[in-house]
Design a protein around this ligand. Structure first.
Ligand code: 5GP
Ligand code: SF4
Ligand code: MG
Length: 460
């Protein structure tokens, strides 16, 4: 998901909508904005893309005030229903509160069961609502203390933005698995967002990343930082660099684009192959393919063309639509492929369905050899922290050896980046040295946060 928060700026809701638009890649199922104008809250939510949900200027115009938060939904917990669309808003005795959350809680089902037993009436099936109920029943007096109280009970990955009548609040889990960035407007006012590309679109200046385990309270007095957790310990999601974040974002001080390009360089060094052209699977494979081409000296060609008017195939819900989506999305550019030995570069192999189709397409266009190079290690385990990886049985790398995978997707050779190569690309000496600073559980099975609800996805 993508989150945005604005405090103290004219047209806060419009700015939030623009920020969400820049973060559209983080979630395409639904979008919502809650604003506040010193008197009351306003909200609008809908299913679909930001541009569709907020296409009517009157809708944005009705979201009054100088503060707002917004959310793009990418479902990891809860079905695609309007009542699951964030931000969630609740009226408490101490005033209203809106909450939007990127990530996934690993003890949401367990907490929810206990809360339901205590009489809490849930209105959605999202894990975010667990947060809201924990705040509601907390015995602390202030909203801030209640939020901290709630945060200490949840486990998992969360970057949260929350809005009260007076404050914009930002909070990152103690491991900082998902990103959260602080920005400011030159004419006054503050912004929180999942990625720096959301700051860029509205001309906000980057201030810093919110730290793992940090809570910031933003209001007329500026930004107050609290560290409610005893032992914050950074484990940023390495897959944000590989695939999820937008290439023009800077996360934790690294350019996502440069990281991807450098992975391609490492990949060429580790798994070079004699070939005539390097072809990215667009868009996610492009920066790594460029790095691969530069390092190997093999020309870069756009051998596959992407239709931009379909969303990311992976995010659509059923297998049938996913299959259909791939054909709608990519086509072969015959002149760049015919009679050529092709190195195809992509970011990951999940189920293998995209890869198989693309390889078939490239061969049908006349490629004489197809070598696949992947800018992530093999995806062998599901993510429980906010990326919608399928369960293990559906992951090609979990059930196949490298040779079997190559055969399944129909390539002449297949190689993945090594862990050392990946972490070298991120500026470390190798995995050993980088270890403990990132989450790479979907590749290693080393889950840094307890999986309380255990085995499989959280079903609410
Ligand atoms: P596959 O065909 O192997 O199931 O899917 C791999 C493709 O899905 C890659 O091109 C990758 O860019 C794309 N993809 C889209 N969303 C995701 C995601 O959330 N996780 C992973 N690992 N790949 C994704
Ligand atoms: Fe990121 Fe993978 Fe960890 Fe999930 S399991 S947070 S996708 S590195
Ligand atoms: Mg892709």
């Amino acid at each position: 998901c993508g989150v945005v928060g604005i405090w103290g700026a004219a047209d806060a809701a419009a700015m939030t909508a623009l920020g969400l638009h820049a973060l559209q890649h983080r979630g395409q199922e639904a979008a919502g904005i809650v604003s506040h104008d010193d008197e009351r809250f306003y909200q609008h939510k809908g299913l679909g893309l930001v541009g569709d949900v907020f296409s009517d200027a009157r809708v944005i115009g009705a979201l009054k005030g100088h503060s707002a938060i917004g959310h793009n939904r990418y479902a990891t917990t809860g079905a695609t229903l309007l009542r699951n669309v964030q931000p969630l808003y609740a009226d408490f005795e101490f005033g209203g509160l809106a909450v939007a959350h990127n990530g996934n809680l690993t003890n949401a089902a367990t907490l929810r069961q206990a809360l339901v037993k205590r009489g809490c009436l849930f209105q959605s099936t999202t894990d975010t609502e667990v947060f809201v109920h924990l705040i509601a029943i907390s015995l602390y007096a202030t909203v801030l203390d209640r939020l901290i109280d709630a945060a200490k009970q949840v486990k998992g990955a969360y970057s949260v933005v929350a809005l009260t009548p007076t404050d914009l609040i930002g909070l990152r889990d103690p491991l900082g698995v998902r990103p959260l960035i602080l920005g400011r407007f030159s004419e006054g006012g503050w912004m929180l967002a999942s990625e720096t590309c959301a700051l860029d679109i509205v001309g906000a200046e980057y201030v810093r990343d919110i730290e793992p385990g940090e809570l910031v309270v933003i209001n007329g007095d500026g930004v107050r930082s609290l560290k409610p957790f005893a032992d914050p310990h950074p484990r940023f999601c390495v897959f944000e660099y590989i695939y999820f974040a937008r290439p023009d974002s800077i996360l934790e001080g690294h350019s996502v684009y440069e990281a991807r390009k450098q992975i391609g360089v490492e990949l060429a060094r580790e798994s070079g192959v004699e070939a005539d052209v390097v072809v990215p699977v667009p868009d996610s494979g492009v920066p790594s393919a460029m790095g691969f081409a530069v390092a190997s000296g093999i020309p870069f060609e756009m051998g596959i063309i992407r239709n931009h008017y379909v969303g990311r195939t992976f995010i659509e819900p059923t297998d049938q639509i996913r299959n259909l989506g791939v054909r709608m999305k990519h086509s072969a550019n015959r002149p760049a492929l015919e009679g050529k030995r092709v190195v195809l570069v992509d970011d990951s192999i999940v189920r293998g369905t995209t890869s198989r189709k693309i390889v078939d397409m490239v061969r049908a266009a006349g490629a004489t050899e197809v070598h696949m190079r992947i800018s992530s290690p093999p995806t062998k385990h599901p993510c429980f922290y906010g990326i919608d990886t399928p369960e293990e049985s559906q992951l090609l790398a979990a059930t196949h050896t490298l040779e079997q995978m190559a055969e399944a997707i129909g390539v002449d050779s297949l190689a993945f980046i090594s862990f050392d190569g990946l972490y070298r690309a991120l500026g470390h000496r190798g995995r050993e040295e980088a270890n403990g600073r990132y989450c790479d559980a979907c590749f290693t099975g080393d889950y840094p946060i307890e999986l309380v609800d255990k085995e499989g996805k959280l079903v609410a």
